[in-house]
Design a protein around this ligand. Structure first.
Ligand code: SDX
Length: 393
């Protein structure tokens, strides 16, 4: 029994660590950040308030929220020398490659003066990373497009600033659509943390060696890039475009069931959820709202995605294997409706998840008892044997 949650002994044997940050019940499809249901946070909170909650364990008072927002928005610029890192990449480098490189390079600017055992230094690292990741992601996109670098602007919210940095040019200021900004903010919240997923475990394991937080977050970004993890939203769009028409859905469902085919329905299934991912439900509602409010209600891909979801959830294979849509299934459609290019889907996941990564990192550094120990293995290789010289082989 831990707090209000009782675990069965079988589960306890698989748990790799303890944490107070996020709770998931895969069978019931529950997700709580510091005890608050994701549905309530997505509807009533905003991303920076969720960042404060994940980092500090409690919702902020009005004064605390104002100070936190101010601190983050004051650190969203990049040292001018960092801008030259981008120029070392090929123009067509994937923005995730740029983010891994530039975030890791932040170590060269902030690491030396950092004592990770000092709580204040950990807090400063956290809001520097939360503040700078959107700026880095937006510059990666602009460099890719041959656009001049952009800068954050005072008076905009976190989500508004990201859209502004992505799309404003010196001759055409991006007019932030409140619908787009609200949807962007909600996408950040839905991706903010998710217990011990692969990239969070990567950050914790990196941090357990005492590596600096910037290097640890760069490791998390690298892990998230994989198509089975954070790269899935990009893969969903590609899959829907390949399906193209509702008439072809049965063909792709059959392929997903054929073990020899190797095809998987992107955005479906989850290592933990054996019920609907609660984030997928919220993302589908957000999708519908955004498409309606932007006048794209007959959006072809959204209708195709809903038809595919309906047919898959009626199919014995998916029912028996408890495969449901996950957070990535609708997120790509929302992002595409906001004009975000596919190449930026995973970078947006990475900038959203940075607060979760750094919260887990800080929790572990603050309490060495929470460090993930050095993983062991079962050895299944050759038995002991003596060296054979080259002329004998
Ligand atoms: C994220 O961990 C997290 O929390 C991650 C994440 C986060 O917020 O950090 O939630 C984000 O990574 C979401 C997942 C995004 N990935 C995708 O949508 C890619 C498509 N999904 C699959 O690759 C897969 O579902 C995984 C990798 C997500 C989970 O794979 P598992 O652990 O094998 O799933 P499972 O044990 O439930 O699979 C049961 C069966 C298996 O077949 P059998 O061995 O029983 O014959 O279902 C099959 C799987 O092969 N299966 C699928 C399938 N997913 C699992 N078959 C067809 N299509 C699929 N999508």
């Amino acid at each position: 029994k831990t707090g209000m949650f009782t675990y069965d002994p079988g589960f306890l044997a698989t748990a790799s660590c303890e944490s107070k940050i996020t709770f998931i019940d895969g069978d019931q499809g529950l997700l709580y950040y510091r005890g608050y249901p994701i549905e309530q946070l997505a509807e009533k909170s905003d991303y920076l308030e969720v960042c404060y909650l994940l980092l500090n364990g409690e919702l902020p008072t009005a004064a605390q929220k104002q100070e936190f927002d101010h601190l983050v928005m004051r650190h969203n610029m990049l040292h001018d020398q960092i801008m030259s890192f981008f120029k070392g990449f090929r123009r067509d480098a994937h923005p995730m490659a740029v983010m891994v490189g530039v975030v890791g390079a932040l170590s060269a600017f902030y690491h030396d003066s950092l004592d990770i055992n000092d709580e204040r230094h950990r807090e400063i690292s956290a809001f520097r990373l939360i503040a700078k990741l959107p700026t880095i992601a937006a510059q990666a996109y602009r460099y890719n497009k041959g656009l001049p670098f952009s800068y954050p602007k005072a008076g905009l919210t976190y989500a508004e600033n990201f859209l502004h940095m992505m799309f404003s040019t010196p001759v055409a200021e991006y007019k932030v659509n409140p619908v787009a900004a609200r949807a962007m903010d909600r996408i950040f919240t839905l991706h903010a943390d998710h217990e011990q997923n692969a990239s969070t475990s990567t950050v914790r394991l990196s941090g357990s060696s005492g590596a600096n937080p910037f290097a640890c977050i760069a490791a998390g970004i690298a892990c998230l890039w994989g198509p089975a993890h954070g790269g899935a939203n990009e893969a969903v769009l590609k899959m829907l475009n390949e399906i193209g028409d509702e008439a072809r859905i049965p063909e792709f469902i059959a392929r997903a069931k054929d073990k020899n085919d190797g095809f998987k329905l992107m955005g479906f299934g989850h290592r933990v959820y054996k019920n609907m991912d609660p984030r997928a439900k919220i993302m589908r509602e957000t999708c519908y709202e955004v498409l309606n409010e932007l006048g794209l209600h007959d959006h072809k891909l959204f209708k195709l995605a809903m038809a595919l979801e309906k047919l898959a959830l009626e199919d014995e294979y998916f029912i028996s294997k408890k495969l449901y849509p996950n957070v990535d299934y609708y997120s790509g459609i929302v992002l595409a409706a906001l004009g975000i290019p596919v190449s930026m889907f995973t970078p947006i996941f990475a900038l959203s998840r940075t607060v979760g990564w750094i919260s887990h990192w800080a929790e572990m550094i603050a309490d060495p008892g929470l460090k993930i120990g050095r993983p062991r293995q079962l050895y299944t290789g050759a038995a002991r044997r003596d060296y054979v010289s080259l002329d004998q082989r």
